[in-house]
Design a protein around this ligand. Structure first.
Ligand code: MSP
Length: 512
């Protein structure tokens, strides 16, 4: 069986989840569910990045012991992910003892291979990003993204990252799928044109003690990014004896897909592959960098600016399926896109209330009124031309959805489904079953059956994005089972005679 291992970033817990972090998570969940639909065995890993200065400072400000603070904050993420129907296999927390032990084993093995050495670090540190900068990186005395930095001079441990510059460039050039969308690849290669420096991977406990202790010098803790990146492997059993076979299954044999935001491209496409090469394990198959959700002034929405939208507040106005739909459909993968209450409302009304909702209501209404709520039977013999072309469009759309997902463009998969729904509405208008039902019931039945089959197909195709509503819709059409996509191609839609249920409108029009 084909497998698919997908991860989200591990989120900092100094604040509650916001729509930007929810976006990374929804995209990963949607891709994972589509792969299930295509018959893959899947594993979705998400979780929280709990060590480091940022988290320790926030706990101190609130006067809460840092571990209790982490427990509370991680709980917020789990809660919101559940409300957004994120079907994860593992909610990973970097403070779990099994992860900490595994990180220590990795560091010890790098130290034994002499890939870690001690030296003095002198430079700048940005607490908000948990990133080191040299003087030449700074812009007007701040980090390149405008965050405060502090000066640091201290003894630390370094990872010989510079040794991997050449093999990394070669890997990126040889594997066009490694960095997606492809234009991000040039950004990373551009960065790799300068000499790659070694990476400072420790903090003296005298300055920060909230981290994984360095096994060969307990006066130090591990740099938070090293600890957090390793989660992608330890989460599927790396360096853990009691989880035999898991790491080979999900990491070595499958090759991971990391969904990240473009702001953490370098840590994922430079630090992480270098660490993996040093550990002697394969690199992820793909790092998929999405764009930013923008506020009204077309800037990245963020907690620090105080303009990040709160998913819990949005769930008061929109149901989780509709919100998931908006996030997947409105933000072309990789691009930045504006988000606002009125943009969400407009999208839901246009695609779901009008297009899909209208198709469902006009088709099922006629079946209830004129066919005793029974699905018209499949008739042998050639269908009329326009029924045939509608069916062909359904098959073509299924292929396009698969292509959209495999090329990591879920927005384009949705766009094709919406096109199919539009065409089906046009098909009904051309055939006007509401006019023909009195004079030609047999052909009317064929037309309605064709429309129902497309509703069925679309609900299967939309289920990874809108799991709750599409389940309801499928059940109302007498298709309660979890039918994988291949069943559609073998014509598994009910033969006819089965009753359909009355459904209240799935997507009532939202007032702006
Ligand atoms: N802890 C690190 C990741 C470690 S992964 C080994 C981190 N955490 S984060 O909480 O700051 O951000 C996580 C993700 O949220 C990033 O992928 C980031 O791009 C995403 N977003 C945060 N704000 C965002 C928007 N306004 N828009 C879209 N995504 C954004 O970085």
């Amino acid at each position: 069986m084909n497998r698919f291992y997908i991860t989200t970033p591990l989120y900092y817990i100094n604040d509650k989840p916001h729509l930007g972090t929810a976006y990374s998570t929804v995209i990963a969940d949607v891709l994972s569910r589509y792969h299930q639909l295509m018959g893959y065995e899947t594993f979705l890993l998400t979780g929280t990045d709990e060590h480091g200065q940022k988290c320790s400072q926030s706990a101190k400000q609130k006067n809460i012991p840092v571990q209790s603070y982490c427990d509370e904050m991680a709980g917020n993420f789990e809660k919101v992910w559940k409300l957004l129907d994120i079907s994860y296999n593992l909610f990973f927390r970097t403070t779990s003892s099994w992860h900490k032990r595994a990180v220590q084993k990795c560091l010890q093995s790098l130290y034994n291979k002499q890939l870690i050495y001690e030296s003095t670090y002198e430079g700048w540190y940005c607490v908000s990003e948990e990133i080191f900068y040299t003087s030449k990186d700074l812009v007007d005395g701040k980090s390149p993204t405008g965050k405060e930095v502090i000066k640091i001079k201290e003894k630390n441990y370094f990872f010989k990252m510079s040794a991997y510059q050449k093999p990394l460039i070669e890997h990126i050039e040889k594997h066009p799928d490694f960095i997606q969308p492809s234009y991000r690849k040039n950004e990373v290669l551009g960065f790799l044109k300068q000499d790659l420096e070694d990476l400072c991977i420790s903090r003296p406990k005298s300055r920060l003690d909230w981290g994984v202790e360095i096994p060969f010098n307990t006066d130090y803790v591990t740099y938070v990014w090293v600890d957090a990146l390793l989660n992608y492997t330890t989460g599927v059993g790396y360096q853990q004896k009691d989880r035999e076979g898991e790491f080979e299954k999900w990491w070595e044999d499958t090759g991971a897909l990391h969904v990240i935001g473009k702001d953490i491209l370098l840590t994922h496409c430079v630090y992480w592959p270098c660490l993996l090469m040093a550990l002697g394990i394969r690199l992820p198959k793909t790092v998929l960098a999405h764009g930013w959700l923008l506020n009204q002034s077309q800037e990245k929405m963020s907690k620090s600016k105080g303009d990040a939208m709160d998913p819990l507040a949005l769930l008061q106005s929109f149901d989780s399926d509709s919100l998931r739909y908006f996030l997947t459909r409105d933000i072309p993968m990789g691009n930045d896109a504006p988000v606002s209450h009125s943009l969400i409302t407009r999208r839901i009304n246009e695609d779901l209330a009008n297009n899909l909702g209208n198709l469902i209501s006009r088709t099922t209404k006629m079946i209830h009124q004129h066919f005793n709520s029974q699905i018209p039977e499949r008739k042998a013999g050639k269908a009329t031309d326009n029924i045939e072309s509608l069916k062909e469009l359904g098959t073509k759309t299924t292929e396009e959805v698969k292509e959209g997902i495999l090329s990591l463009k879920p927005h384009s998969a949705l766009e094709r489904i919406i096109h199919l729904l539009n065409e089906t509405n046009k098909f009904l208008e051309q055939n006007a079953p509401w006019k023909t039902v009195k004079s030609n019931k047999e052909d009317t039945a064929k037309v309605l059956r064709a429309a129902l089959e497309i509703i069925y197909l679309s609900s299967v195709l939309l289920k990874p994005v809108m799991p709750k509503k599409m389940k309801q819709l499928l059940e109302s059409l007498s298709c309660p089972e979890e039918w994988p996509l291949k069943h559609f191609q073998s014509g598994a839609f009910p033969k006819g005679g089965e009753k359909i249920q009355e459904l209240p409108p799935l997507f009532p029009r939202i007032k702006n």
